[in-house]
Each structure stands twice: as C-alpha cells, then as structure tokens.
Design a protein around this ligand. Structure first.
Ligand code: NAD
Length: 435
C-alpha cells in the first residue's frame, strides 16, 4: 500500500513551506497539495510522482505576420498527469502567460477532474502572445502551427485541449481541422469547447457558471441561508461571472454588485444582470459606461457587506491585504486560484465557507467530458440532459467534498485536495510504476 507513515520523510516533502502570499501559482498549488499529502500520509515516492508534471513541451511557433515579417512565439503544453485517463485542459493566449502558471493550471486540472469524477488527467497549454494586437489571419496561423508542432501530443485518447483565456470555439475549430488534416480523418473528439456544428455540446458555454450556481446553492443549504435572502457580489463579468450571476438571480438571489476590468457596479436593490449582459455584448464585452448602478472600485466590491462573493476574474484577488475585510459568509471560486494560501487561513479563522476552485469551477470540464463522450458515440444530447447530468455531478461532488472536510476537520479546499490526491494515488497504486 502506498501510505506508510514509517516511510514518511520530511526531506522529500521538503518541509511544508512557510505560508506566504506569493503569486507563484505552482507554489500555491503545492502548498495545498502538501497539506493533503500529509493528511493522507502519502508515500514520499508517490508524492514526488504526483507533484511532478509528467511532460512539459516548450515549442517555438513561427508565424508569418500580415506585414510579411516572421515572428516567433513561445508555446507550452504541460501534461501534469494522465493516470486517470487522457489529459485535459485549456489553452491560454496571453502576453504574460508563463511556464509556472501553465504547470499550476495543469495540476489543478488533474485535481479538478478527480474531484468531479471525470476520467481525465490534467493538462494546460499557453502561447505568449497578445491576441488583441493580432489579426484573425495571424491568430489562425499561430493556432495551426502551435497545433501542428504538438500533433503527437494531442489526440482524443491522449491529450484534449479546450478554450481558456483569450481562446474560443473558433480556435478549437482550427485545432480540430489541423489535427484532422494530419491524421487524414475528421477527429472531432480531439478538442472540446468547439462550435456545436462541429460536434460541440449544448450547455458547454454556460457550464462553468452553472456549476458555480449549483455549488453556491449547496453551500447555502449547509449554512441555512435561503437564496431569496442572499445578497451576492460577483467579481468578473465574462463567461463564468456573468452566467453565474444570471443563474443565481434566477434562483432568487439579489445580485447587488458585479465588476469587470472597467471597475465595479453596485445597486442595493439588485442589478439587472440580463440588461448588463446585453450592454456588455454590445460594448466589446465591457461594462464600461453602464449607468444604472453606482460605480465602485474592484477592491470595494470584494469587501462589500454581502452574503456570497463569487470571484470569477483571475488569480490572487483575495490576499493577506484584504482577507480580513471580507464580509461574505460564502465564497464560491469561479476563477482559478483567486485566494492565496495565507488568505485561506485568514478566511478559515473568520469562519467563511470557501467553495474552492477545483470544485466550484469544475462544471466546464464536466461538460467538456460530456462533449468528448458525445463525439466518440456520434450521438448528441439535448440541453436538458446535459444540464441535469451536470447538476447531478456537481451536487454529488459538493457533498463528497463536504463529507471529506468534516471527516478530516479541514476546509472544503483541503477536503477537495484530499479526495483528489487520494483518488489519483490509488489509481497509480493499482497501475503500478512501469519499469
Ligand atoms: P473571461 O475572459 O470571459 O472573463 C474574465 C472577466 O474578468 C472579464 O469580465 C474581465 O473584464 C474581468 N476582469 C479581469 N481582470 C479583472 C479585475 N482585476 N477585476 C475585476 N474583473 C476583472 O474569462 P472566464 O472564462 O470567465 O474565466 C474567468 C476565470 O474563471 C479564470 O480564472 C478562468 O481560468 C476560470 N475558469 C474559466 C472556465 C471557463 O469555462 N470559462 C472554467 C474554469 C475556470
């Protein structure tokens, strides 16, 4: 058996790092992993295996720009592990994307899939570029060359990309086509989050926000809060934030504040989320200039007197600098890594119930899994079927994580890590180490 206290070696665990408020996302992941490993008394060899990315690909992506000049971009694909199944994870295009971030996001995918019981491993990709400065033609050539460079990595049974920051269904369609041209047959299960016409799934676009809504209601239930009594603030008004806000409003919650990069928007009587979505859609996805609310800052939004806070923008938003001013009773993490480890500790002391990212935003990968299943069956489900199955899996995952947190007397985040690490470690133990 893998878990033997007598082989536990501090040297291999490298002594739990002192809690810092650092912004290195891989370190943040390792700090939580360390706590779970200690609770599970994970064998040191397994510890090393599970914390280390299985494969890291760094690839130069040359693109002929519209000017005729060749520009070389740096691309990454990190397979954190594929013990439970093919690896799964998005591709992010951003000027500041870096290998540490991609490694952390790949590991989070491993734990997220394990938490929601989806038979995938974890991966993530990135290309250092600024898509807002690139033409559609340049973006297409970048995407196709990145996919061609990684043609032996991707595959419906190997590694399955999806959209992430600044990538979308169109980019998935280009990857699908590039991969299919190389393999000489149309292979729509090689990516998820693609257009419905090419084998995408109903409900995928809304899936992450919907999952956030489901676990938020489950958390309210646990502390006896009624949705109709709940005042909610949502940071980020993109795919996850806007849909979570809309669905929570449909459940009776009062959405008193939302924000995006242009700042925060507050209305004590409740915002009209649908009107704000329409406004943003007509305004290059920005709420800038929206009039029917009081303007507040993003910092103010996070510390409002609300019952529920949904950070759904980016990493490192709740830190040592503002955790003690948080007033929400529940935080449902739509974004990946919005809370730093030290803020976690501070929130725990304040008694805030934090539904962690690897559970709260797992609705997206769950419906990606449904999409992959449908592609492989060649049989497509109705929206109603997708949503019912998603709701069921998210609710089950919440209940399982909640039970683990009670059993080990830890936060929901550590409960989720314990469940996920234990599951992957058990699968590794059954498979054994190939020599
Ligand atoms: P998006 O690009 O659609 O939206 C991001 C939103 O955050 C935008 O409204 C943007 O203006 C806002 N924002 C950026 N910086 C901000 C700041 N400092 N303060 C307030 N708002 C800010 O992205 P998304 O797909 O909604 O993803 C949001 C987060 O959720 C990311 O952390 C992402 O990794 C995570 N996530 C997304 C999915 C998915 O399916 N889209 C799945 C899992 C996790």
């Amino acid at each position: 058996m893998p878990y033997k206290r007598d082989v536990y070696e501090r040297a291999v665990y490298k002594e739990p790092a002192p809690i810092r408020d650092h912004e290195n996302p891989f370190q943040s992941m390792v700090e939580r992993f360390d706590v779970a490993a200690e609770i599970l008394e994970l064998d040191p060899g397994f510890y090393e295996y599970l914390v280390t990315p299985a494969r890291i690909h760094i690839t130069a992506v040359p693109v002929v720009m519209d000017s005729g000049r060749v520009k070389v971009f740096e691309g990454y694909r990190v397979i954190h592990n594929d013990i439970l199944g093919p690896s799964k994870g998005g591709i992010r295009y951003a000027p500041d994307v870096n290998l540490d971030e991609v490694k952390a996001l790949a590991a989070w995918m491993t734990w997220k899939c394990a938490v929601v019981n989806v038979p995938f491993g974890g991966a993530k990709g990135g290309v250092v570029c600024n898509p807002s400065d690139m033409s559609p033609g340049e973006l297409e050539r970048l995407t196709r060359r990145y996919a061609a460079n990684l043609i032996d990595v991707f595959g419906p049974e190997k590694d399955i990309p999806a959209p992430d920051m600044n990538t979308n269904a169109q980019i998935m369609a280009w990857i699908l086509d590039t991969y299919s041209m190389h393999t000489r047959h149309t292979s729509n299960a090689v990516v998820t989050g693609k257009p419905i016409m090419l084998g995408g799934s109903h409900g995928r676009h809304e899936a992450t926000g919907r999952g956030v809504m489901t676990v938020t209601l489950a958390a309210m239930d646990k502390i006896g809060m009624r949705p109709t009594d709940a005042r909610v603030a949502v940071q980020g008004f993109g795919n996850v934030g806007s849909i979570a806000a809309k669905l929570l409003q449909e459940q009776g919650c009062r959405i008193v504040a939302v924000s995006d990069v242009s700042g925060g928007y507050y209305n004590e009587d409740g915002l009209d989320v649908i009107a704000m979505m329409e406004y943003a859609n007509a305004n290059k996805r920005s709420l800038d200039g929206y009039q029917k609310a009081q303007k507040i800052s993003n910092d103010e939004l996070l510390t409002l007197e609300v019952d529920v806070l949904v950070p759904a923008a980016k990493e490192d938003q709740i830190t040592r600098h503002n955790a003690d001013q948080i007033n929400a009773k529940i935080i449902a993490e739509g974004a990946n890594g919005p809370t730093t480890p030290i803020a976690d500790q501070m929130l725990k002391e304040k008694g805030v119930l934090v539904v962690p990212d690897i559970l709260a935003n797992a609705g997206g990968v769950t419906v990606s899994y449904f999409e992959w299943v449908q592609d492989r069956q060649g049989y497509f489900w109705t929206l109603d079927r997708v949503n019912r199955r998603l709701d069921r899996m998210m609710r089950t995952a919440f209940d399982t994580v909640y039970s683990a947190s009670q059993k080990y007397d830890v936060t929901l985040r550590i409960g989720a890590y314990v469940l996920a690490v234990d599951k992957v470690a058990q699968a590794l133990s059954m498979r054994g180490i190939y020599a």
